[in-house]
Design a protein around this ligand. Structure first.
Ligand code: SF4
Ligand code: ZN
Ligand code: ZN
Length: 333
């Protein structure tokens, strides 16, 4: 929450500059510099606490060009050598959503920290953009949400580039709000595996690249405030398919916002409680050893599946020869 016109209130941390942000959950009134520092140190603290980036890791940063991805990129680039980081920006191909100048701004921003960004489009990789996939599928009578096509395509591309570039981790810019929403949705659905996956120590499939979320303790309003204070030129346009998001997530999001407004810090405490409660138990969970490779594209998939989820979805949509199947992913085991 920004404070406008309250410059006579002095920052609670440095006592030097005027407060610009009220951090309701901590009760602190912070100047821009101290607020930005508080976000960065939370990101670094979370990374170190759970070993999200360890010595020897090289990390593929999934950067969309939105505010969260800028915050992740900058805070990690300030802490880790640029040679250990590489960005991946995926252009979904959704009318009005992916703007060329936003991508260029992101690439230039990363370059300022010495971090290269690979820009790849879903159309180049799959053969069709997300919009075209949805249109084709619907013309054939398959009513599957656009987010399913989009999410599975992006995941496939991330895994492919992580392996191709030799990255040992893939970092995504999910924030605290995203994480708690996912946690609550999985609890409401009784999806125990989904719940466990939210934990930062959750085992990942053997041969797969571990996914990490450095911003998982940073509120969404904080990434917005950070991006504005730092003057980032982030992508603000909304995807035309956003309204199609599952209703449960939308309802959970609203309920959690209300809760947080009335009881500041609720989301942070909930995730902290979850992290601590599962911390010991999760170490006893065996890594998923039962994986196999997709017979069509070679991507890693769950044991017993002939095709990976994306190939299976595209087959159901009548799209049986996606371009990426010619790349034949080789899975390190
Ligand atoms: Fe993709 Fe759905 Fe997000 Fe649009 S709203 S970018 S389709 S995941
Ligand atoms: Zn200060
Ligand atoms: Zn496949």
């Amino acid at each position: 929450m920004f404070w406008r016109g309250f410059l006579l209130v002095v920052c609670d941390v440095c006592g030097l500059r005027g407060a610009r942000v009220f951090q309701a959950y901590s009760g602190l009134r912070l100047c821009g510099e101290c607020f930005v520092e508080s976000v960065r140190s939370r990101v670094w603290g979370e990374v170190e606490r759970w070993g999200l980036i360890e010595p020897g890791d090289s990390v593929l940063l999934a950067v969309s060009g939105g505010k969260d991805s800028y915050v992740m990129l900058e805070s990690l680039a300030l802490r880790y050598k640029a040679s250990r980081l590489i960005g991946l920006s995926i252009i979904e191909g959704i009318p009005g959503y992916n703007r060329e100048d936003d991508v260029r701004a992101l690439v230039d921003f990363a370059k300022g920290y010495g971090v290269d960004v690979v820009v790849v489009s879903v159309r180049d990789y799959v053969g069709l953009s997300v919009y075209e996939m949805v249109r084709e599928a619907r013309s054939r009578g398959l009513v599957e949400s656009a987010c399913t096509f989009c999410g599975l395509s992006r995941r496939h591309i991330m895994d492919y580039y992580a392996r191709m570039l030799g990255a040992s981790k893939v970092a995504t810019a999910h924030n605290l709000d995203d994480e708690v929403q996912t946690l609550v949705i999985n609890m409401l659905r009784g999806d125990v595996i989904g719940v466990v996956k939210v934990h930062p120590l959750s085992p990942h499939p053997e041969g797969g690249v571990r996914r990490v979320k450095p911003l998982r303790k940073v509120y969404e309003w904080e990434t917005a405030a950070y991006a504005m204070l730092r003057g980032f030129r982030f992508q603000e346009t909304e995807c035309m398919f956003i309204e199609e998001n599952p209703t449960l997530r939308a309802k959970v999001r609203i309920a959690l916002y209300d809760l947080e407004r009335e009881h500041p810090g609720s989301l942070l405490r909930l995730l902290e409680y979850f992290d601590k409660t599962l911390q010991d138990a999760i170490k006893k969970v065996e890594p998923k050893g039962s994986t196999s490779t997709c017979s069509r594209c070679g991507a890693l998939t769950t044991q017993g599946r002939g095709l990976c989820k994306l190939c299976e979805l595209l087959e159901r949509a009548g799209l049986t020869e996606p371009r990426y199947t010619r790349l034949r992913l080789s899975v390190k085991r």
